[in-house]
Design a protein around this ligand. Sequence first.
Ligand code: CO
Length: 133
Amino acid sequence: IGKLNHVAIAVPDLDSAIKTYKTKLGASVSSIIEQKEHGVIVAFIVLSNTKIELITPFGNDSPLINFLQKNPNGGIHHICYEVEDIHESIKSLVKAGGRLAGNGKPKLGAHGKPVIFLHPTDFNGTLIELEEI
Ligand code: CO
């Protein structure tokens, strides 16, 4: 793995979370991106060394609905590491006994780059996203 690309925080109200980061922390926040195929709407807080991804559910079968039911005020949802070649990373992970979340096929993420999620049980309960950069 390479650099930390972002930390994602699930929020029940995206507009209110954006406002909080802007007014209370003076953060610079990207425009809102709808990712219908992932069932989420996101906005990025842009920091000099990384990003914070604020994510809120889109639609009734969003993977975030369960998470927000358990954590109604929101919370840290996943962290994303950069990798050079996502297919190589998947190969070596699986070879080492690691598991992928979902169908195991990379999807296009918020930046139009391929992403994959790893099974949280293998990583101390942390959902990990790999993004090819
Ligand atoms: Co992410």
